[in-house]
Ligand binder design. Structure first.
Ligand SMILES: NC(=O)c1ccc[n+]([C@@H]2O[C@H](COP(=O)([O-])OP(=O)(O)OC[C@H]3O[C@@H](n4cnc5c(N)ncnc54)[C@H](OP(=O)(O)O)[C@@H]3O)[C@@H](O)[C@H]2O)c1
Length: 312
């Protein structure tokens, strides 16, 4: 099969399209003919030697943690899926999952069926970003109807899904983005969109119960006073989580870091919302697998709207 492999940590120029052996499903696993994979910041961060690189083990490594495709074989003990099922998943994170490849072996419990109303490319980008948004809002954030939620980087892969999931939970949602993304976010249901280029957020946003922070670092620290006394920020970029937490503590704000967890059951809930038209994945660009280096460059620009997808 064809797969993208990394032989040495470094920039996108280190990625190679190669012919490799097809993997075989073991007990509790499913073999997919993979049709599409989502690209996320964690992919280029890990390939550069940061991100989840400590979990990668020996190189070469096939990057990619989320995918959508068709089941072609199942291992022993798998009852939930059979050949021909259309599925999608967020797999094995932070260990290697090998989704930038024509065939992928997935733990059955980390997949969900792709309903007819959920398009292939949208499904491929929903796993990682969707579960991050869901777990940040619900598992870490305990979001409640009537609360005020601020999403930093609301137009990004995680952010645009967090906006919709927070609305679906009955929250009032404020999002930050540049002016080019204002209309996009209003269409997704954002009640207030604030252009972060024009002055301090604290002058325009207050009394927030929960912040979902997709930016991290000083931007996250500067946004803390938008919270109510004792309010909570769930900060996504792991690399600055300790710095943000240290800044929050003396001010009486709570900060939680997160590592998104594969979860087939929660993925099924996202699929239902998407099929019912209540959760839309916005496709940034769809590129062929061979153009993965360009996808990494686009993602690393930091200004991607919605999700980048590799078509396989
Ligand atoms: N811990 C975890 O498990 C986990 C899981 C997923 C993601 N993450 C991390 O969370 C972060 C966000 O991920 P993502 O996939 O959503 O990234 P992404 O799609 O690359 O985010 C791009 C978006 O960021 C916005 N942006 C950039 N700087 C901004 C700023 N200062 N204020 C507001 N918006 C800004 C851009 O909007 P404009 O173009 O309008 O500027 C763009 O839409 C990344 O650092 C990622 O590694 C962590």
């Amino acid at each position: 099969m064809k797969a993208i492999r990394l032989h040495a940590f470094g920039g996108p120029e280190n990625l190679r399209l190669e012919e490799v052996d097809q993997p075989c499903p073991g007990a509790g696993e499913v073999l997919l003919r993979n049709r599409a994979a989502g690209v996320n910041p964690i992919d280029w961060k890990t390939c550069a030697g940061g991100g989840a690189s400590a979990f990668i083990g020996e190189l070469p490594f096939i990057p990619g943690w989320e995918c959508a495709g068709t089941v072609v074989a199942v291992g022993s003990g798998v009852e939930a899926f059979r050949s021909g099922d259309e599925v999608f998943g967020f797999l094995r994170f932070p260990n290697p999952a090998g989704c930038f490849a024509e065939y992928v072996v997935a733990p059955a419990g980390q997949l969900a069926r792709r309903p007819p109303g959920l398009e292939l490319h949208a499904a491929a980008g929903l796993g990682l970003a969707g579960l991050t948004a869901f777990q940040a809002l619900h598992d870490k954030g305990g979001v409640q109807a009537g609360q005020r939620v601020l999403v930093l980087a609301a137009a990004g892969g995680v952010g645009h899904l967090a906006v919709q999931l927070a609305k679906a939970a009955g929250a009032e949602v404020v999002g930050t983005a540049s002016s080019a993304n204002q209309e996009f976010l209003q269409r997704l249901g954002c009640d207030q969109v604030v252009d972060y280029h024009h002055g301090a957020l604290t002058a325009r946003i207050n009394a927030v119960d929960l912040i979902i922070d997709g930016v991290g670092g000083q931007t996250a620290i500067d946004a803390l006073p938008c919270l109510k006394a004792g309010g909570l920020m769930v900060t996504l970029p792991s690399v600055t989580a300790a710095q943000v937490s240290a800044a929050a503590e003396p001010q009486g704000y709570r900060v939680e870091g997160i590592r998104a967890q594969p979860n087939g059951r929660q993925l099924g809930q996202l699929a239902e919302l998407a099929a019912a038209g209540k959760l839309q994945l916005s496709l940034g660009q769809v590129l062929p697998l061979a153009e993965v280096a360009e996808a990494f460059r686009l993602s690393a620009s930091g200004h991607q709207r919605g999700k980048l997808i590799l078509d396989i």
